[in-house]
Design a protein around this ligand. Structure first.
Ligand SMILES: CC(C)(COP(=O)(O)OP(=O)(O)OC[C@H]1O[C@@H](n2cnc3c(N)ncnc32)[C@H](O)[C@@H]1OP(=O)(O)O)[C@@H](O)C(=O)NCCC(=O)NCCS
Length: 299
């Protein structure tokens, strides 16, 4: 009897702790802002995936499910890097050694430290205690957190993260630049229908359309977990940067596209970004983009 009571008390305590962390997160830290294209109807999400304690807890307590997006400018000073490196695991530290250019190593260290800090906020663990593993094609996940999904993307000093308790999620950001090899990339990565649609757009719209397709498609492939192992030409997304984005179909199954949602995001000036997730449309909450120093609590 004593053991039973202790176990029940432990469960209640764990659940209260998780709720407390979530409420602190929602009330204190988040300042919602709007994605570039607003998801249609906030509301209940059809979930086929197993749920984590967090997902169940939110449901039981009537809290709405959301997908959360955070973006961090990787601007920490050089002298902060040793402490950030301390947050990473052995595999990440070994990877950090492999970069030829110090600025790329610095971005990697910062992005993974930020990823751990943000995951820690989500699931209530210490950043160092988070155990990461990879799917068949390299999609990262947190060991032992069934139902908690995340995705990371970094580009030229910026890192974005998407967190979800309602199923697979993928995020992709790209610094917008003038590309010399744009035509070759279109030939290599765009499907027939995307190439046709891009060609029909006015010239002034084509660069935005290029980045819209690029980020929408990669976000989708990252949510699927295949990344570019699935030939990008076999997947089609909507091309017009001003239209509501969607997966237009893929060769594997045209049906599959109905289960996926795309959202264009504004993460920072000069960047294109998109988010992909499965299930019904749900609210996407974005917190204002901040410097690494702010995430670390430096004044
Ligand atoms: C994921 C991928 C699309 C990279 O995109 P990118 O625009 O160059 O880089 P991004 O910064 O946007 O994304 C990189 C992040 O995607 C994540 N990622 C890697 N593979 C992934 C996959 N299959 N699905 C989802 N996410 C993946 C990683 O966490 C990576 O961050 P990290 O390198 O800091 O750990 C590309 O590397 C890819 O297709 N990888 C999978 C294929 C592959 O080479 N697999 C090797 C093992 S079989």
């Amino acid at each position: 009897m004593q053991v039973l009571i202790e176990r029940l008390a432990q469960q209640v305590f764990q659940r209260m702790e998780v709720l407390f962390i979530r409420e602190l997160w929602r009330q204190g830290r988040q300042r919602p802002c709007h994605p570039v294209s607003e998801p249609a109807t906030p509301g209940s999400a059809a979930r086929e995936e197993p749920e984590s304690l967090l997902g169940e807890f939110e449901k039981e307590n009537g809290l709405s499910l959301t997908i959360e997006v955070r973006t961090i400018r990787l601007t920490a000073s050089q002298d902060r890097l040793p402490a950030l490196l301390e947050l990473l695991d052995d595999a990440e530290r070994a990877r950090a050694q492999t970069f030829r250019f110090p600025h790329l190593a610095a971005e990697f260290i910062q992005s993974h430290a930020a990823m751990r800090i943000l995951i820690a906020e989500q699931i209530g663990l210490h950043p160092r205690a988070i155990q990461l593993s990879k799917g068949k094609y390299g999609k990262p996940r947190v060991t032992g957190q069934t139902g908690f999904e995340f995705s990371i993307s970094h580009s030229c000093g910026l890192a974005s993260f998407a967190f979800s308790t309602q199923g697979p999620v993928g995020i992709e950001i790209e610094k917008v630049r003038v590309l010399k090899d744009c035509d070759a990339l279109v030939q290599q990565f765009f499907s027939h229908s995307e190439r046709d649609e891009l060609g029909r757009l006015r010239a002034c719209k084509q660069q935005r359309a290029f980045y819209a397709v690029w980020t929408r498609k990669e976000a989708y492939l990252k949510a699927l977990g295949t990344g570019l192992v699935m030939p990008p030409r076999t997947v089609s997304v909507t091309v017009d940067p001003d239209a509501v984005p969607s997966v237009a179909g893929d060769n594997e199954s045209a049906q599959a596209s109905r289960h996926w949602r795309l959202v264009d995001l504004h993460v920072d000036a000069g960047y294109a970004a998109a988010l992909a997730y499965s299930g019904e449309r749900c609210p996407v909450s974005m917190t204002e983009t901040v410097d690494m120093a702010a995430l670390l609590g430096d004044s």
